[in-house]
Design a protein around this ligand. Structure first.
Ligand code: HEC
Ligand code: HEC
Ligand code: HEC
Length: 449
């Protein structure tokens, strides 16, 4: 009877051990590997690039990068996950982590193997993180002149955070997962205490910075590893040139579409891909090196309108086009055509209304827009306005007539009178002016840009 029960218990605990370790291995295979191969692909891009610009004389680092990326973190992931899964197993089935009963020397060796794997992985990870953070930063900093500077700083600053961060962070988890020796703290001697404090002093700021790199770079890893087009891209896009060459470029979705389509349209290139594969490859490129309409809106508009955009009126598409066109005067490259199209697509979706009147009556709305489209064509509407704000009507009319001479088709007498009156009307009402013609008046924020 007793024998029998013990036999049952042994069977049950064997089953639990099996379930715990296979679940850990399955998470690594099904969730870990799709992410890790993105790390490896980034390393491949980096090595290829260094080879082509001749600071690296061999491509042998590519396969090593793949092995380090895929296999390096495997012992760590499996050991730590298993330790997590043993928590409920211990509670509900009284089956504990067998590792915890092993001799200390064996556990230390196992830890050393796992940390060595992580150390090998830390290098490809740091390369990948530089790329991801660089890609994120690119969309935000194009506005300013110092792009190369920022990119260079990211390249230099990220590896010294990511490499020790991966090793120290990983070792901390392993310390717990392999069953740290539980000794009363009071018996610790001076050197052990000193070591413990040194660990906190180094690891807290380091791991905080490490977490920050994940906050910026991590979302791109998630996007790329969850894109179903990985295979469509990797199987097809490396047949004639290095597949990694695409990742040296950051493009808008429309620009990537052009690149992919160019391959099919150019008669001299014979590229055999099904429509779904073509779509998949394009989507993978977007996940790796591009931005959605919404994210583009965030970089181009929400950088200033952090929350104020929530109060925006709905506007007509042509009105949005004028507003975005006007801000593009500040940086025609940052707001280039493809980027403007993305912002406008988002604005149309979220703040578009083809019949919007901005709370005015139709006649006034249309008159204001006629005026704005005419007087905002060559310069800001408010140019030289201080002088004319106080001027009398004939003086303003004379100025408008002078402007009219610059047009290919001069204004009619009626239009001159209408524009002169409208000009004075909108200048007199700052709030109305700001709503009708955003970004026209130089503001404190705009100064110095
Ligand atoms: C059948 C051969 C072939 C295949 C397959 C191929 N390419 Fe190309 N690719 C070329 C050639 C040839 C050029 C150079 C054309 C040029 O520069 O005008 C090129 C140029 C490029 C460029 C640089 C030009 C640019 O517009 O930025 C990129 C990026 C690119 N290919 C990406 C891809 C992607 C992505 C795929 C998979 C969908 C792919 N290639 C598949 C032959 C191929
Ligand atoms: C450099 C900072 C800056 C950027 C970038 C910027 N704006 Fe503005 N915008 C302002 C300021 C300042 C105002 C006037 C004060 C306010 O309403 O927030 C303004 C006003 C507006 C208004 C009028 C709000 C109202 O009162 O009805 C709209 C609409 C608007 N911006 C749209 C955009 C859009 C769309 C973009 C992106 C293409 C954009 N802005 C980018 C600074 C900016
Ligand atoms: C075809 C381009 C063009 C259009 C359209 C245009 N302007 Fe001008 N504007 C200019 C140029 C160029 C100058 C600078 C030279 C000058 O003063 O004539 C200028 C200067 C000004 C000035 C400052 C100079 C002064 O006279 O004190 C004001 C104010 C002005 N424009 C208002 C307007 C108004 C209002 C309209 C709409 C009726 C308008 N502009 C339409 C090109 C244009």
């Amino acid at each position: 009877m007793n024998e029998n029960r013990r036999g049952d218990g042994a069977k049950r605990s064997l089953g639990t051990h099996f379930a715990v370790w296979s679940a850990a291995a399955a998470v690594y295979a099904l969730l870990g590997v799709p992410m890790l191969r993105i790390v490896a692909l980034e390393t491949e891009t980096f090595v290829q690039n260094q080879y082509e610009i001749q600071s690296l004389h061999t491509l042998a680092w590519i396969p090593r990068g793949w092995v380090a990326s895929l296999a390096g973190p495997a012992p760590f992931i499996v050991i730590v996950l298993a330790a997590f899964f043993y928590r409920p197993a211990e509670r509900f089935w009284q089956v504990g982590n067998p590792i915890w009963t092993w001799p200390q020397a064996v556990r230390l060796s196992l830890g050393a193997v796992a940390v060595a794997g992580l150390a090998a992985f830390a290098v490809p990870l740091s390369i990948a993180m530089v790329q991801w953070i660089g890609v994120e930063a690119y969309w935000w900093i194009e506005w300013y002149g110092g792009m190369l500077d920022v990119m260079e700083r990211i390249r230099i600053a990220v590896p010294p955070i990511v490499i020790p961060g991966t090793i120290i962070g990983g070792a901390t988890f392993l310390w717990w997962a392999l069953g740290a020796p539980t000794r009363a703290r009071t018996t610790d001697g001076g050197p052990i205490l000193a070591l413990r404090y040194a660990y906190y002093v180094v690891s807290i700021p380091l791991l905080t910075a490490f977490a920050a790199t994940w906050i910026v770079g991590g979302p791109r890893l998630l996007r790329a590893s969850s894109s179903p087009g990985y295979g469509d891209f990797t199987n097809n896009c490396g047949k004639c040139h290095e597949r990694s060459s695409s990742f040296n470029l950051i493009k808008t979705p429309a620009e990537w579409k052009k690149t992919v389509d160019m391959h099919f349209d150019a008669k001299q290139i014979e590229i055999k891909m099904k429509d779904e594969e073509r779509q998949g490859a394009w989507e993978f490129l977007l996940a790796m090196r591009s931005y959605s309409d919404e994210w583009t809106f965030r970089t181009r508009c929400q950088r200033c309108h952090v929350v104020s955009y929530l109060d925006w009126d709905k506007r007509r598409p042509e009105d949005w086009e004028t507003i975005v066109g006007r801000i593009a005067w500040w940086s025609p490259f940052y707001y280039r055509t493809e980027v403007r199209d993305q912002v406008l697509a988002y604005l149309g979706e979220e703040f578009g209304d083809p019949d919007a009147l901005l709370g005015l009556d139709r006649e006034s709305y249309e008159r204001f827009m006629r005026f704005g489209n005419s007087c905002g064509r060559c310069h800001s509407i408010s140019r030289g306005a201080e002088y004319y704000r106080e001027a009398d009507a004939p003086q303003v009319q004379a100025m408008v007539e002078r402007m009219s001479q610059k047009l290919p088709e001069p204004l009619s007498g009626e239009e001159i009178v209408e524009f002169a009156a409208t000009y004075q009307e909108v200048l007199a009402d700052t709030e109305l002016f700001g709503r009708l013609f955003p970004h026209d008046l130089p503001t404190e924020e705009d100064e110095g840009k």
